[in-house]
Design a protein around this ligand. Sequence first.
Ligand code: NAD
Length: 262
Amino acid sequence: MGTLSGKTAVVTGSTSGIGLAYARAFASAGANVVINGFGTPADIEKERSAIEKDFGVKAVYSPADMSKPAEIAGMVELGEKTFGSVDILVNNAGIQFVSPVEEFPLEKWDAIIAINLSSAFHSIRAAVPGMKKRGWGRIINTASAHSLVASPFKSAYVAAKHGIAGLTKTVALELATHKITANCISPGYVWTPLVEKQIPDTMKTRGLTKEQVINDVMLDAQPTKEFVTVEQVAALALFLCGDDAAQITGANLSIDGGWTAA
Ligand code: NAD
């Protein structure tokens, strides 16, 4: 019996990167999981069945698009209908786009605000009634060091991440007496497909080589000079789900190799 046996976790954007590590960490503690995100059906099925096989829990896949409010509500409903509850909600899906503000494509701004910020509002709105009824819940939002500090050329991302930090604090206050905590985890640079994909754009925008982007832009901000791992981020999320974390709420927890200390 794991510490999360009988509980259900919904993790948005869990077909890849940090989200997949969260889903696997919750499953390792005995939770059933709803995974979500994009990918080929074969890749998604591989991850879903591996979670069931590796940890002896149930995993279902929701194809909900985090830019579509009705689909987000449907994802929470899928968890409640399949497993009887949604006890842990992790808002993690996210995209990035790098551009000077005056050239920032309008549709990229709208997509980043929708996927990185508004989706968390929609899923929280859908999951809170069940959490309140059962008197227990954990809401974890993947924010970023960019919820605390800015970098040039990431106007939409930084705005969305600052927004999610504010949403988290508000929800924490509203739910404080219901044994439901709401926190954000703010990683620095974690080596995932999201980071890898922004290297070519940053090379172009700043006129740098790949090595210069990695060492002089990314790890330059991170005093430890090391990438954070997805497993380290997932371990923090797992801690937040335990009884020892019952009084941690409304917090913005940095896991950034010292970035935001500077
Ligand atoms: P990733 O690209 O590996 O994963 C992103 C996930 O979101 C994927 O599963 C993808 O399919 C999903 N996704 C994207 N658009 C979606 C949509 N419209 N609907 C549903 N799912 C969608 O990225 P990652 O690095 O694991 O990032 C996860 C979260 O962590 C993001 O919110 C990101 O901003 C945040 N973050 C990442 C880093 C980092 O360095 N990697 C640092 C700080 C914060």
